[in-house]
Design a protein around this ligand. Structure first.
Ligand code: FAD
Length: 116
């Protein structure tokens, strides 16, 4: 694994990127304007073209082809990224994440108060 203060490898790049994407969804409006919808749609499209892990980006673009971003609301965008992340989890033989818990993980903090 990449050490703190050193260049990113595929794992630390992935962790930081998911952190950005899930946090973006957690802060996306419940009732976005047309412009906000366009902006996030374009961001995801461009992200999938410039993501600096070519095989990751290629698979993500293919998945996006049959799974267009659901930008209708914050909750829908959060579920969209949860599905996208689970697709990669499956590919890497990682445990799937329960998408019902996505707000506790990325928006509200765990109900047991462990996030303060
Ligand atoms: P991560 O998978 O980075 O997850 C971080 C945290 O997110 C977890 O600890 C958990 O709390 C939470 N989480 C997990 N699943 C979900 C979910 N479904 N919804 C919400 N939260 C969740 N790596 C490769 O080796 N090959 C690839 O092809 C590849 N493609 C990628 C494509 C994209 C678009 C991105 C952003 C990353 C990709 N990665 C790929 C990186 C990979 O997904 C992981 O980030 C990396 O393996 C580090 O994994 P991790 O176990 O630390 O946790």
């Amino acid at each position: 694994a990449a050490k703190e203060g050193c260049p990113a490898d595929v794992m630390s790049l992935g962790r930081g990127s998911w952190r950005l994407l899930h946090t973006l969804a957690a802060n996306y409006p419940d009732a976005p304007t047309e412009e906000e919808k366009q902006n996030v749609t374009q961001f995801i499209e461009l992200f999938s073209r410039v993501y600096p892990c070519p095989p990751c980006a290629q698979d993500f673009r293919e998945w996006l082809g049959s799974n267009p971003p659901d930008v209708r609301s914050g909750p829908m965008l959060s579920q969209f990224f949860c599905r996208a992340h689970n697709e990669v989890n499956r590919k890497l033989n990682k445990k799937e994440f329960d998408c019902k818990l996505v707000d506790e993980r990325w928006k509200l903090g765990w109900k047991d108060g462990s996030c303060g």
